[in-house]
Design a binder for this molecule. Structure first.
Ligand SMILES: NC(=O)c1ccc[n+]([C@@H]2O[C@H](COP(=O)([O-])OP(=O)(O)OC[C@H]3O[C@@H](n4cnc5c(N)ncnc54)[C@H](O)[C@@H]3O)[C@@H](O)[C@H]2O)c1
Length: 339
């Protein structure tokens, strides 16, 4: 990416923000402008041209960012995740939808300044899906395409689906009355599965039982998994998630036949995750104590997703299958982290 590119990353201090900033600063020369409601981790500060602390729903933040910079790409990562979102659904809607709307408007204004559509990269989620019950999931919801089962059962999933539609609206239909020509944006979204990082401990996601088992085992701490052993979801490790974001960002627009893409890597049950962890940490004290609400959410998400469109149209292919994810990335990195 040339040096005259300026990238905005919201939610920069989160799990994906950590991985994305570390990757961008080692491989790209673009200016990174980062923002988050909490202070930026000291390990990320040198990689960023500017950090602005603020609430994504505050119009003054968008005005400041838009007044001081012209962005070529926006990675909009700031969000309240699924479990926390169910505790306060109205707050989740405000942050996840109103926050995104403000940024889409910013991207549209910035496209006018830039003279071409700003790329808006949006991490959606398998939470956008909603399968009515476990029996249906086991019978019909095993490998789900982007246009199937879009009836989310959580506020977070509703927010994700809403933002996908808002992105489509700002990319294809938005036009203000005071504009002579529409200022459209280049919106690109990914539906991520559960993500597992060796470097950060997740907070507030419903697929967090995977990484939580691992991080507890590596610290010899007991952990009660909040879903049944047979619960099955798609997962991916953080390096592949970062690759997916960057590949989608750099794909040629004319090759993209849709605005939202599934991406995934492997689909273990909770028992299979535990099996991999026990191979590395045989003394791990992991039990199962399903929480009815979180179990219900997991049962409404697909066991696997069809990511053939991403593979076909922009060359998506995960580098880490389940064995490699654990043996080459997760286990060595968590061992080092907690050594
Ligand atoms: N981690 C996953 O498994 C996963 C899976 C699918 C999609 N996603 C999506 O990817 C994006 C990033 O996820 P993550 O795992 O890095 O989440 P995270 O919770 O680690 O990070 C989110 C960041 O957003 C910030 N934030 C929250 N409210 C804010 C507000 N009002 N104003 C500004 N910043 C605010 C938080 O401080 C945090 O640093 C989110 O949109 C999430 O929905 C994540």
């Amino acid at each position: 990416m040339p040096t005259d590119e300026t990238i905005l990353i919201t939610g920069a201090n989160g799990e994906i923000g950590h991985g994305l900033i570390q990757h961008l600063c080692s491989s790209h020369q673009a200016r990174i402008v980062a923002t988050d409601i909490v202070p930026l981790d000291s390990s990320l500060q040198a990689a960023c041209h500017t950090f602005v602390q603020g609430d994504i729903t505050d119009p003054a933040l968008a005005a400041r960012l838009g007044g001081e910079h012209v962005f070529t790409t926006i990675y909009h990562l700031a969000s309240i995740l699924s479990t926390k979102g169910e505790r306060d659904p109205e707050l989740a809607h405000h942050v996840n939808v109103d926050g995104t709307l403000g940024l889409l408007r910013l991207a549209s204004d910035q496209s006018g300044k830039l003279g071409r559509p700003v790329k808006f990269i949006y991490p959606s989620s398998i939470a956008a899906y909603g399968i009515p019950d476990l029996e249906t999931k086991q019978r019909d919801g095993r490998v789900v395409r982007e246009d199937e089962w879009c009836f989310p059962a959580t506020m977070y999933g509703v927010n994700k689906l809403t933002c996908e539609h808002l992105g489509r609206y700002y990319a294809q239909h938005y036009r203000r009355l005071d504009q002579e020509a529409p200022m459209r944006i280049d919106f690109r979204g990914l539906r991520f599965p559960g993500l597992i990082s060796a470097l950060t401990v997740p907070t507030g996601g419903t697929s967090d039982y995977g990484p939580e088992m691992l991080h507890h085992a590596a610290q010899s701490k007991p952990y009660a998994c909040f879903v049944r052993p047979d619960s099955q979801l798609p997962f991916m490790v953080m390096p592949d998630a970062i690759t997916a974001l960057l590949q989608l960002e750099s794909a040629r627009r004319e090759n993209l036949g849709q605005l939202i893409y599934n991406v995934t890597s492997f689909s273990p049950t909770a028992a299979e995750i535990l099996e991999m962890i026990l191979r590395a940490f045989p003394a791990a004290q992991i039990t199962f104590a399903p929480d009815a609400r979180r179990q219900g959410i997991v049962d409404s998400w697909p066991a696997d997703v069809d990511d053939s469109a991403a593979r076909r149209e922009w060359g998506w292919k995960p580098a880490y299958d389940m064995r490699r994810s654990f043996e080459d990335y997760l286990i060595p990195s968590v061992r080092q982290r907690y050594a």
